[in-house]
Design a protein around this ligand. Structure first.
Ligand code: SAM
Length: 219
């Protein structure tokens, strides 16, 4: 009797219209498989644990990057300052959903090698390419344009990196920069530029207090 009532209720909901659609079964849901997700959480935590210089973005900022990448349908992302791959893994997880790719450039040879190994462990080598080198030298060698740039290198270089990459950003693309709240004193010229540019809308969000500027390229 009880079983009949439940079945009738589900049938009524389905007949009642698309708005009442029964949620997809896990098998239909396009997602990273649960085992991989658990492995990636442990991997992300282990990168944080070894990060003595506290270079990696906060977990909250990592989650924000993943959600932004996935909701925008990002396809061609560039990261400047990849360190050991922490933020690259969050961005890569978002790109797994969109079918996009990330190029992550890291100057320090040890950190670049760690990043490549961590990306491999995360099962994201088909999505994230780590390039070891100075981004000022490496970016001109890359072909095409980007629909997202994430800047997290040394703060005094932010204005120059914006000048180098903003022309390579598609209209409708976004330029993000990290630490714009907790290190704003080191990047006054950059913050003035993004808030006064006639070609961009900028806002700042601070999921963890470090601050990420979000600059939308209008044209
Ligand atoms: C704050 S850490 C990046 C952290 C990383 N985004 C994360 O969340 O895991 C800054 C990194 O930028 C790198 N860097 C600084 N200047 C650079 C440049 N010109 N080209 C490439 N990497 C650079 C540094 O070696 C350092 O590892």
């Amino acid at each position: 009797m009880k079983r009949f009532a439940v079945t009738s209720l589900i049938t009524a909901l389905m007949v009642g219209g698309a708005a009442c659609r029964v949620p997809p079964s896990p098998a239909e849901t396009p997602s990273v498989e649960p085992r991989l997700q658990a492995d990636q959480s442990a991997l992300l935590q282990s990168i944080r644990d070894k990060d003595q210089g506290q270079l990696a973005v906060s977990e909250e900022d990592g989650k924000f990057l993943r959600v932004l990448v996935a909701t925008r349908g990002t396809r061609r992302a560039l990261e400047i300052g990849g360190a050991s791959g922490y933020s690259g893994i969050w961005i890569g997880q978002g790109l797994r959903q969109t079918g996009g790719r990330l190029v992550s450039i890291e100057y320090d040879p040890v950190r670049a090698a760690e990043a490549a190994a961590n990306i491999e462990r995360a099962g994201l080598s088909d999505i994230v390419q780590v390039i070891h080198g100075d981004a000022f030298v490496e970016i001109p060698k890359l072909e095409g344009t980007f629909d997202m740039v994430f800047l997290d290198a040394w703060k005094q270089d932010y204005q120059r990196f914006f000048e180098v990459t903003f022309p390579r950003l598609d209209p409708g693309g976004v330029f993000l920069a990290h630490n714009v709240v907790n290190k704003q004193a080191e990047m006054g010229d950059f913050l003035r530029t993004i808030t006064t540019s006639p070609d961009a809308w900028s806002t700042i969000i601070a999921p963890s207090g470090e601050g990420i500027s979000l600059t939308y390229k209008i044209r």
